[in-house]
Design a protein around this ligand. Sequence first.
Ligand code: URA
Length: 194
Amino acid sequence: EIKEDVAVCKLCSLCKNRTNTVFGDGPKNIDGKFSPPPILVIGEAPGADEDAQGLPFVGASGKLLDKMLMAIGLSRTTNCFIANMVKCRPTNNRNPQSSEIECCSHFLSEQIRLLRPKMILILGTVALKAMLKTSEGISHLHGKLFQYSSADGSLIPTIATYHPSALLRDENLKRPAWDDLKFFRAKMAELDVL
Ligand code: URA
């Protein structure tokens, strides 16, 4: 139902230029049973490839994201759901504006309410600032453990790392991003989430 609501949403002007909305992607239901994956990964907004296919992280940064996840035992086909802060592509791949994030954030809150993830991995500054309601950027807050307060009052252990597209632009970020991922993997083991 949320996916259907997203598909017809006209709450902000991003709807005018979209080809497809990008709801999110995760393991398919098995035998018609919905068993939500334990990990939620949150990016920023769809780019051109995602807009064309209606799926998150399918372009160059998506290929890198899949490798990053695989390195810590995660994948969108088995144990994690991938979503974005904003469900429609901002033109020319600009950052989504805060008004667009505000218009769209109730969809992500609903996704979190239904998925009840055991841990959240945030990718990049835009999602970090919106999710944790902070003005500090990723260079200060990556690799630290936070508790995301979900709408139903539960606290979800959350760690942020660099966005894969930042890693494609700057090789020097790969080392700290790998440290963040190892920290995420250690927390998953400690909290027994997989
Ligand atoms: N970048 C994002 O933040 N999300 C996508 O889905 C693709 C690229």
